[in-house]
Design a protein around this ligand. Structure first.
Ligand code: 16G
Ligand code: MG
Length: 561
């Protein structure tokens, strides 16, 4: 039987038709062009009904294709409270394969056809191509959903539930739909992976599983430690889902260790309007200042450690104030270099002779962090395109132990069996305990926090010493609205533009002007999450950075008008 015929025989076409009709006639979203990008679909929540319908349809195809659980995470991460979004999660915790992004994008955009029959036909053509050569006939439909704390998230999850309860004709296929409620994005990745690897079809006690896996090893490390440099960890939860999850952790923390005190700030997730406002990882990184709820006096005390999560707790930023009240940002570059240094310090010299340890960054990594990696740590460094999936891929491809972080705080460490075997052979107990903390599936603010705190404890240093490892080049990231950002095409891992024609030559001239420092660098790329282009510049002084930005902005204007 052909894919189309098979799908026709199992799908509840009446349900699809009535849903299509109500969506296609909705004036709010029918004028939009949808793109499933680096972080799935993300926009004002009122425009999301069509993208959600498309996401449910693609998830349906994907679970038929894989015969395993596929996850849908409902979140818009660090975006403002009125936005929302979703992305799908693969059986082993990865993102949707790039080759499928165009399918979901086309499905979403074809809901605007005014005829259901034309839409259905498009859907069958896409399904036939996507499911080509795969046995889909004996596979069940298995879905896991989770959501962040946004006001609109419950409505969106209700749509998913309705969709999967209705999309298949009764008795044609079994549908297993599990709703994990309010969870962090990395927790949903973890749980989908766990269901797949352990072939589990019933709902887990997620907090228990997650905290046993990562939290208990952290407590073990703390209780064995004799560290002395800091006493209290302040965690800014961005008034989002991190607060829900960490509240539970805080209680058990008190009972299990007296080696570190935890204090949660910005935990008011019940007031929807506060999510990510004046707090959270993105706020701290972008504004380079303390979040709401942390006073300068508190931040200057070296016995305190500070970090901020973003709204769905998949990225983290640490920070401190020095004795002169200067803001010290400990971002993704700093975490990657600290982890690299730790691996080197805790292993004998010959350990890395037959095992490759390296770091993956993006073009946004500060130039001085890259120099520190190559010149001081003497490690390999690779540049990847923006988007964690690109860094993850390059870390797996290039290294046995691959540390990857975007400057904005997204990242983790991955390692293979070669490394684990050698770790056991060499009897490196401290490092063996440490690697248990790592969530290899995906960058995870909570487990990254454990990883960084464990390193600071093992090296017995505080945030100030960590910050003193190298000095960042002054830099700035700005955005600029252009008539059509899709005209901006990059190469060389986004460090150069091939289009608009001539713009790269202008940027080259600006950064190599006679009085410019050798360290001056600037690049322009179209954002994948907002309708803007981003301009990054770094140089030896802030004046020079600002001069470069001003000139690049002018060059962009000349090239686009
Ligand atoms: C998304 C990506 C993040 C990237 C950011 C870039 C994931 C889970 N998130 O948030 O990795 O840094 O987009 O945004 O992939 P931009 O394209 O707007 O600069
Ligand atoms: Mg996020």
């Amino acid at each position: 039987m052909s894919t189309s015929l098979f799908l026709k025989s199992i799908l509840n076409i009446d349900y699809l038709k009535s849903t299509f009709n109500s969506l296609a006639s909705n004036p709010i979203s029918s004028s939009e062009t949808f793109v499933y990008g680096t972080s799935g679909f993300r926009m004002h929540n009122e425009k999301l009904d069509i993208p959600l319908f498309a996401t449910c349809l693609i998830t349906f195809l994907r679970t038929l294709y894989c015969g395993e659980f596929i996850g849908i995470m409902i979140t818009a991460s660090h975006n403002p409270p009125q936005d929302n979004g979703f992305k799908t999660i693969e059986p082993k915790g990865e993102m949707l394969p790039q080759s499928w992004e165009k399918y979901v994008t086309s499905i979403a955009n074809s809901v605007k056809e005014d005829q259901f029959d034309t839409f259905l036909n498009t859907f069958f053509v896409i399904a036939s191509e996507a499911l080509k050569d795969v046995d889909i006939y004996n596979k069940d439909i298995k879905i896991i959903v989770g959501r962040d704390t946004r006001e609109s998230s419950y409505r969106l999850v209700t749509f998913c539930k309705q969709f999967f309860n209705s999309v298949v004709k009764i008795f044609q296929k079994s549908v297993n739909f599990i709703d994990y409620g309010v969870v962090t994005t990395p927790q949903l990745h973890f749980i989908v992976r766990k269901h797949t690897l352990l072939k589990q079809s019933n709902k887990y006690d997620l907090p228990k599983e997650y905290f046993n896996e990562f939290f208990q090893p952290f407590i073990n490390i703390l209780n064995k430690s004799t560290h002395s440099k800091f006493k209290k960890l302040y965690i800014d939860c961005a008034n989002g889902v991190g607060a829900v999850q960490l509240n539970q952790l805080k209680e058990s923390f008190k009972n299990k260790t007296d080696k570190l005190e935890i204090e949660l700030i910005n935990t008011d997730y019940k007031d929807f309007s506060k999510l990510n406002v004046d707090c959270g990882a993105d706020f701290v990184k972008t504004n380079q200042k303390l979040p709401q709820g942390v006073s300068p006096a508190l931040a200057m005390n070296p016995e305190n450690l500070f970090c901020s999560l973003d709204g769905d707790a998949d990225r983290i930023i640490f920070y401190a104030l020095d004795e002169n009240s200067n803001f010290c940002l400990l971002d993704g570059d700093r975490m990657a270099t600290l982890i690299g240094e730790y691996f080197i310090k805790k292993t004998p010299k010959n350990f890395w002779e037959d095992i490759k340890l390296g770091i993956v960054q993006t073009a946004y990594a500060n130039g001085n962090s890259t120099s520190y990696i190559t010149e001081e740590l003497k490690l390999d460094v690779k540049c990847a395109k923006t988007g964690v999936k690109n860094l993850h891929h390059d870390a797996v491809e290039n290294f046995d132990v691959g540390i990857y972080f975007e400057a904005n705080g997204h990242g983790t460490v991955i390692f293979n069996d070669l490394f684990i075997t050698k770790l056991k052979q060499e009897n490196l107990t401290e490092l063996s305990l440490f690697v248990n903390l790592i969530n290899q599936a995906v960058g995870d603010a909570i487990t990254d926090m454990f990883v960084i705190v464990a390193i600071l404890i093992h090296l017995d240093i505080n945030a100030k010493t960590w910050f003193s490892k190298y000095t960042d080049l002054p830099n700035r990231l700005v955005k600029c609205v252009v008539p059509d950002r899709t005209q901006f095409k990059t190469f060389d891992f986004e460090r150069q533009l091939s289009k608009p024609e001539g713009l790269q030559d202008s940027i080259n001239q600006i950064v190599s002007a006679p009085n410019s420092s050798k360290k001056t660098r600037s690049f322009v790329r179209a954002s994948g999450t907002e309708d803007v282009v981003r301009i990054y510049a770094e140089s030896s002084s802030m004046e020079s950075v600002d001069a470069v930005i001003t000139e690049v902005l002018k060059a962009i204007e000349d090239a686009t008008t």
